[in-house]
Design a protein around this ligand. Structure first.
Ligand code: BES
Ligand code: MN
Ligand code: ZN
Length: 514
């Protein structure tokens, strides 16, 4: 993993050396502090040459600016500053970080061109974006076999390696920013943890190793309970176990409980937790209904839902969220072998529902069926949100920019949509209904595990809904298009995005804390 940048907040500039980053708008105006640098004429001239218009996130880079004491002046467009939400400030931070080289020291004069202050929360969001942008997964880049690299082991393919970037953010609201940063850096760590888990190959992270990583949250005060194969057998979790039986690596189910809520009164139901349930298929070959070879390597990321849940629990515990939250992840490997599950097999889930297996590649819903059941019978949650890289069909429907959202509760759907808009991890609500539910009726069992090609993400969601008890508010997020392989953004250069940590942290903060 790359070194995290050292982000810090200051009331005033300590020394005008290194790189100075300033913010502007489409009139190429600067705030008062920035104006004091005497850069206006220089920037106007350079902007004319470069046809720089100060548009949102556009960068103008001036090296060795004449007559100034520092090495480099980076001008970044802020866009319509009144309308910026959390995610926009993070994209700004990511853009700024992206202009810096390793080891570079930069000072950001965080000031709006119109002189109004940038709030502590917004400054912290800039820092969050910078930390997320700096992440890269390079653990397995030994550098030893690269003739073009002059740097040896830690070289970044020939680029200088001089440690982490140092970003000093200078702003009037710096003391508020420092306070807000405690929570924001916890979120950054959680998202990066999720990325790490998704990026790691399946030979390194099997179900047991993944469970061990989740168990490390105990150090933050999270209560961990891990179920072994034997314990799951006893509970009758045959939907999950059916998927796992083709692998030589045994499955695990991990429950992570963070009880940060002040209210301990069980009579009013206020202490009932919010549950997050994640699909953790450490590798999905498809099983006997095997997938084509092309691109199958991406299926090491089929635990993106579980990774987001672990990253979220890490974030909530590190920032000591005042909420009662439980994370449940079902960890299996979907492999074809002599003992593997077959199409036509009928399994009974722990809830008692019988399932005809039509396609062994529709395995995520089988894992979630038992994980959802376990979450409800153990913790009686008032709300459940599950996350899963569940269907290719959701990518056909929505591409990479929105996760698919299915919900049985309008208030929860609205809260998730809002959290998504604010953080930039966006969701798009998809329909549920009796006509879709009918598509998973089986000739032989209660339901079957696929509903045909049409509406593939919806029938998958209907399947999950069969395992949600009446009265529980539930949402399912299909993150197959957003968890990995999505286009690079201002705040992510890695294959894994860590999608889910930011939207769900915001959901908890806005709805279930205090
Ligand atoms: N893990 C896949 C879905 C997936 C595909 C995630 C591509 C990320 C990228 C899931 O287990 C799967 O195989 N789904 C099938 C379901 C089908 C057999 C009903 C699919 O989408 O094709
Ligand atoms: Mn599959
Ligand atoms: Zn899968």
């Amino acid at each position: 993993m790359s070194e995290s940048p050292a982000v810090s907040f200051h009331k005033s500039v300590s020394a005008e050396t290194g790189t100075v980053v300033v913010l502007t708008d489409e009139t190429l105006t600067f705030g008062a502090e920035t104006g004091g640098l005497g850069i206006a004429d220089l920037v106007r001239k350079a902007a004319g040459i470069a046809e720089y218009k100060g548009k949102a996130l556009a960068v103008l880079d001036l090296l060795a600016p004449a007559g100034l004491s520092f090495d480099r002046l980076v001008v970044v467009g802020l866009g319509a500053a009144e309308e910026l939400v959390e995610g926009d400030w993070s994209r700004l931070g990511g853009t700024i970080l992206g202009t810096l080289r390793k080891g570079e020291q930069a000072t950001l004069l965080a000031e709006r061109p119109d002189g109004t202050p940038i709030s502590g929360d917004q400054l912290a969001d800039i820092g969050l974006g910078a930390v997320l942008r700096a992440y890269s997964f390079d653990r397995y880049k030994s550098g030893r076999n690269n003739k073009d690299s002059k740097e040896g082991k830690n070289g970044d393919n020939g680029k200088a390696s001089k440690g982490a970037v140092k970003l000093d953010i200078v702003a009037g609201e710096s003391s508020k920013a420092k306070k807000a940063w405690v929570a924001r850096s916890a979120i950054a760590e959680g998202a990066i943890l999720a990325r790490e888990l998704v990026n790691e190959p399946a030979n390194v992270l099997g179900p047991v190793e993944f469970a061990d990583k989740a168990a490390e949250l105990a150090a933050l005060g999270v209560t961990i309970e891990t179920l072994t194969e034997k314990q799951m057998k006893k509970l009758g979790m045959r939907a999950l176990l059916g998927v796992a039986q083709g692998s030589v690596r045994p499955p695990r189910l991990v429950a992570m409980h963070w009880n940060g809520s002040k209210s301990k009164d069980s009579k009013d139901g206020k202490d009932k937790p919010v549950a997050f349930v994640g699909k953790g298929v450490v590798f999905d070959t498809g099983g006997i209904s095997i997938k084509p070879a092309g691109g199958m390597e991406d299926m090491k990321g089929d635990m993106g839902g579980a990774a987001a849940v672990v990253g979220l629990m890490h974030a909530l515990a590190s920032r000591k969220a005042k909420a009662n939250v439980v994370g449940i992840i079902g960890l299996v490997e979907n492999m074809p072998d002599g003992n593997a599950q077959r199409p036509g097999d009928i399994v009974e889930a722990a809830s008692g529902v019988t399932i005809e297996i039509i396609n062994t590649d529709a395995e995520g819903r089988l894992v979630l069926a038992d994980a959802l059941w376990y979450a409800q019978k153990t913790y009686e949650p008032k709300v459940i949100v599950d996350l899963a890289t569940l269907t290719g069909a959701i990518m056909v429907a929505l591409g990479n920019d929105h996760a698919g959202m299915f919900a049985n509760d309008d208030a929860l759907a609205t809260a998730l949509s809002k959290a998504g808009e604010v953080t930039g991890e966006k969701v798009w609500r998809m329909p549920l209904g009796a006509a879709y539910d009918k598509m998973i009726e089986s000739k032989f069992a209660d339901i079957k595990n696929t509903g045909g090609r049409y509406g593939g993400s919806i029938t998958a969601a209907q399947f999950l809904k069969r395992f949600v008890d009446d009265g529980v508010a539930w949402a399912h997020l299909d993150i197959a298009g957003t968890a990995m392989g999505s286009p690079q953004s201002e705040i992510n250069r890695s294959w894994a995005s860590g999608w889910g940590v930011r939207i769900l942290d915001r959901l908890v903060a806005d709805n279930y804390e205090g």
